[in-house]
Design a protein around this ligand. Structure first.
Ligand SMILES: *[C@@H]1O[C@H](CO)[C@@H](O)[C@H](O)[C@H]1NC(C)=O
Ligand SMILES: *[C@@H]1O[C@H](CO)[C@@H](O)[C@H](O)[C@H]1NC(C)=O
Length: 450
């Protein structure tokens, strides 16, 4: 493996150097951007470009000013499609036709009685089904009949939305893309991620792993003496830890571990349950109205974001079941409610390091990705674990799209030259970890299915 890696590496670097030398020698003007970087995330998606003149990446907002667009697609009964914030805004009134988390199903085949799939079927308010090959699709009830939509089609609608948002800013349509996907994605999942872009009429120049993209966002490929990088990505519903080995601008994924049921949404669920039990205590009423639950869910999310800056915040509700009610949520209480979940972050980090044969002291750089790494307790835990603080400065929600855009710039031949950014495919499998609560649920599920 070392020999093959070495020669591949040397060949790639040589070509990049040659390209750079030719560019500088003949003083070619910087080309206009034509390749976008896209982060097609589970909960949020973004688009960016590499600006060849300034050497900066620019993340382009949509017409509502959002750089992170919710990965949500809604259908109205008459077939009208809403994407992003417009889809989330009407979600509570249209749960059966508002699709989120589609990425969790992309490029995967399921057995009819797969227990993860069965529990997903129950978990989501919209209908998911399997076709004869075991591919998941969403069943959307429309006035004109049921519409079946595949996960890659949901992806393509999101990509198309980002593409047109970018076109409005740039005055040109970007026809090519570097698109990111989780490091653990296999060939087929990468293929269907690429297919989503192709349906949106973008030529895929490269599919890049999210952790590699995040490392590129911090310019770690250009930094002296950096060899081992740990990327901790905590999003809405998944925790991914990757150990990257960096040699001469080439990233190799050495180890991956994670928990695909741990993220910001789980933190919210804890707070939501807590509020619902407080309401039961105070009013003697059970909250089971769908719109009430949705309202609590959204207000908890907003409260959590406020808590990243302040030690205490008021959650204001106006529920169908009990009317107006306020709750003062402190950061301490948030951390107590989520204590075991926060602690569970350490498990995959420990395992990934062990798989890569590294001690915490061997780790040169730590990169935090995903909105949930903005939770102060998460930063504290990671910092304490490595005894050093993580890279900061790039918005963790935009680190992946920033890196994908850097890669797009490199491929597009943007100057100044960056010797950088190649990636060798991971040969290792990701290790999965679960919290105690998840293990319990797992048991219940197995028993109830028997
Ligand atoms: C579909 O319904 C929405 C909401 O009722 C309405 O705003 C929109 O104009 C309709 N679109 C068409 C094509 O009829
Ligand atoms: C996906 O896989 C199919 C079949 O193996 C192949 O024909 C196609 O080119 C692949 N598409 C991409 C974008 O990789």
């Amino acid at each position: 493996m070392a020999g093959a890696t070495g020669s591949l590496l040397a060949g790639g670097i040589f070509i990049l150097l040659l390209a750079g030398w030719l560019g500088q020698k003949y003083g070619l003007p910087p080309p206009p951007p034509k390749i976008a970087g896209i982060d097609l995330g589970t909960t949020y998606s973004s688009i960016g470009i590499y600006h060849a003149v300034t050497g900066e990446t620019i993340i382009l907002p949509d017409d509502l000013g959002k750089k992170s667009v919710p990965s949500v697609v809604a259908f109205l009964p008459n077939g009208t499609v809403l994407i992003g914030t417009r889809a989330t805004e009407q979600q509570e009134h249209n749960p059966k036709r508002t699709i989120y988390d589609a990425k969790r199903f992309i490029g995967r085949n399921f057995e009819k009685n797969n227990k993860d799939f069965l529990s997903d079927q129950k978990r989501y308010p919209f209908k998911i089904n399997l076709d004869s090959e075991g591919k998941a699709f969403f069943e959307i009830p429309l006035d004109s009949g049921t519409k079946n939509v595949y996960p890659e089609e949901i992806g393509s609608l999101i990509i198309g939305y980002l593409k047109s948002a970018a076109a409005k800013h740039l005055g040109v349509t970007l026809g090519q893309v570097v698109i990111s996907c989780p490091a653990e994605f296999n060939e087929k999942q990468r293929n269907f991620t690429a297919k989503a872009a192709e349906i949106a009429e973008m030529e895929v120049r490269r599919v890049i792993s999210e952790p590699t993209a995040a490392a590129l966002a911090y310019g770690l490929h250009k930094k002296q003496g950096v060899e081992n990088v740990v990327v901790v990505d905590l999003g809405g519903g998944t925790l991914d830890v990757s150990v990257l080995w960096l040699q001469g601008g080439v990233f190799v994924t050495q180890a991956m571990a994670g928990n695909n049921r741990l993220g910001g949404q789980d933190f919210n669920d804890r707070v939501q349950k807590h509020l619902i039990s407080k309401i039961a205590e105070k009013f003697g009423k059970t909250i089971d109205n769908k719109e009430d639950i949705q309202q609590i869910r959204m207000e908890v999310e907003k409260g959590k974001i406020r808590l990243t800056n302040v030690p205490s915040t008021t959650i204001s509700l106006n529920l169908k079941t009990v009317g107006k009610w306020n709750y003062e949520l402190t950061r301490d209480e948030f951390e107590t409610l989520n204590g075991d979940l926060l602690k569970a972050i350490e498990l995959p980090i420990t395992a990934a390091l062990a798989d890569a044969n590294l001690d915490t002291a061997d780790v040169d750089e730590i990169v935090l990705v995903g909105g949930s790494t903005q939770v102060p307790a998460v930063r504290k835990i990671v910092g304490r674990f490595f005894k050093k603080s993580a890279n900061y400065g790039v918005d963790p929600e935009l680190a992946v799209v920033t890196g994908a855009s850097v890669q797009a710039g490199v491929i597009g031949g943007g100057w100044p030259l960056q010797v950088a950014a190649m990636e060798l495919p991971a040969k290792r499998r990701k290790r999965h970890f679960f919290t105690e609560e998840q293990k319990e649920n797992e048991k219940d599920r197995t028993i109830s299915e028997l």
